[in-house]
Design a protein around this ligand. Structure first.
Ligand code: DX5
Ligand code: ZN
Length: 220
């Protein structure tokens, strides 16, 4: 499967979000990555279900992939489903009862994902492999866009791909943070299926379409 591209809305022009979401869809991005931060799990605040719901009509064809960087992810499951989120990712570090949370996400009609901070190992996933549709490997510490890629993350992606192969699980592997034309090829070689990219795509001189094309170019 060719890797899927997921522009991260965190790097968009917040004064014209609707337009930018439309542009992502017209440029053929299959996914839209939505970073929800609560100022507690990470030292930054972004947006919540209300804004996501407002954006849904601008791009009905995009997979809305929400990345919850919040301390109490269970409280967000129903609001995110109602807002039109298709895939909901929670941080392993924020979940006391990870299996219960993943089941609740699926029961709400969404794909269930787990994100791992750079310092978190793969162990927390071992007994929930069957409950997972997506694993998001953080390639920076979460909280802000525009940070430098942590090179040790590529090894984690390969180990995760090996764990998936040996267990027969079928989740997608996504990578998030510092993904650009330089870092993408190694991540794809390591086993990434979805590339989340914020500053590179939205800051590209050729606009969103130019950024996505540049990424496609280096991974094809
Ligand atoms: C960081 C977010 C990322 C962020 C990536 O906490 O999870 O999705 O938008 O931005 P870049 O691509 O600029 O590193
Ligand atoms: Zn993210």
């Amino acid at each position: 499967m060719a890797p899927l591209l997921a522009p991260s809305l965190l790097a968009a022009d917040f004064s014209r979000l609707g337009e930018q979401v439309r542009e992502c869809a017209l440029a053929g991005a299959p996914y839209l990555h939505l970073d929800v931060m609560d100022g507690h799990f990470v030292p930054n605040l972004t947006f919540g279900a209300g804004l996501i719901r407002a954006l849904r009509s601008h791009a009905p064809e995009l997979v809305f992939d929400a990345h919850l960087m919040v301390s109490r992810p269970d409280d967000f499951i129903a609001p995110m489903a109602e807002a039109g989120v298709n895939a909901l990712t929670v941080h392993a570090e924020a979940c006391l009862h990870l299996q219960r949370t993943l089941s609740a996400i699926r029961a709400a009609g969404m794909k269930a994902g787990v994100a791992l901070n750079p310092a978190t190992g793969l162990d927390s996933l071992r007994y929930v492999l069957g409950d997972l549709d997506l694993v998001l490997v953080m390639t920076v510490n979460p909280g802000f866009g525009g940070q430098s890629f942590l090179p040790q993350a590529a090894k984690k992606v390969s180990e995760l791909a090996a764990l998936r192969a040996e267990s027969g699980a079928s989740f997608l592997i996504s990578v998030d943070g510092g993904v650009d034309a330089k870092t993408a090829p190694e991540l794809v070689r390591s086993g990434a299926d979805i590339l989340v990219s914020g500053s590179f795509v939205f800051g590209h001189p050729g606009g969103i379409a130019g950024g996505l094309a540049a990424l496609k170019d280096v991974i094809s």
